[in-house]
Design a protein around this ligand. Structure first.
Ligand SMILES: Nc1ncnc2c1ncn2[C@@H]1O[C@H](COP(=O)(O)OP(=O)(O)O)[C@@H](O)[C@H]1O
Ligand SMILES: [Mg+2]
Length: 145
């Protein structure tokens, strides 16, 4: 029963949803209805006004993003312009120290192979098409598994 208000404006008026492990769910609705806000609340990037968000058995409502073990592809991709494609995908592994350094590169390269961008690993985001940038953002989200 999550609600969200920005100031006086309640944009999410109480949503209840259960998503099972391994389930693939799409949120569909008109522009401005609150889809991104809901995803940001699940990721911990936006607070909830009321209600709770459970991830597995754990009440994650007040947890910071880094303690939720979750990844998100941003609508604007939010790639780091000064980092190469490979460095962008490495970033979450480095931040969270998820594996040894040489293992990290191996995992990042595997994620890039998955989105068929390994051949562009040394490019910067501005040297990619929009769709290629989107795939880098997807690789960066899935690399943490
Ligand atoms: N930080 C904010 N402050 C005030 N209003 C916001 C903020 N973020 C989003 N909104 C408003 O909340 C509503 C939902 O936005 P959003 O979740 O981005 O919609 P969408 O479903 O298109 O992803 C919109 O009316 C938007 O203008
Ligand atoms: Mg949106």
């Amino acid at each position: 029963n999550v609600t969200k208000a920005f100031g006086d404006l309640e944009i999410i008026k109480g949503i209840t949803v259960t998503i099972e492990k391994g389930e693939f769910v799409s949120l569909l609705g008109p522009s401005g209805c609150g889809k991104t806000t809901l995803l940001r609340m699940i990721a911990g990037l936006e607070s909830t006004t009321s209600g709770s968000i459970f991830i597995g058995e754990r009440d994650s409502t007040g947890l910071p993003p880094e303690q939720r073990d979750i990844a998100m592809v941003f609508q604007s991709y939010a790639l780091f312009p000064h980092l190469t494609v490979l460095e962008n995908v490495l970033f979450p592994l480095r931040m969270r120290k998820l594996s040894a350094r040489d293992k990290q590169v191996e995992r990042a390269r595997a994620a890039l192979e998955l989105v068929q961008l390994l051949h562009l690993a040394d490019r910067r985001p501005r040297e990619l098409s929009g769709g290629q940038q989107q795939r880098v953002a997807i690789a960066r989200a899935v690399v943490s598994e």
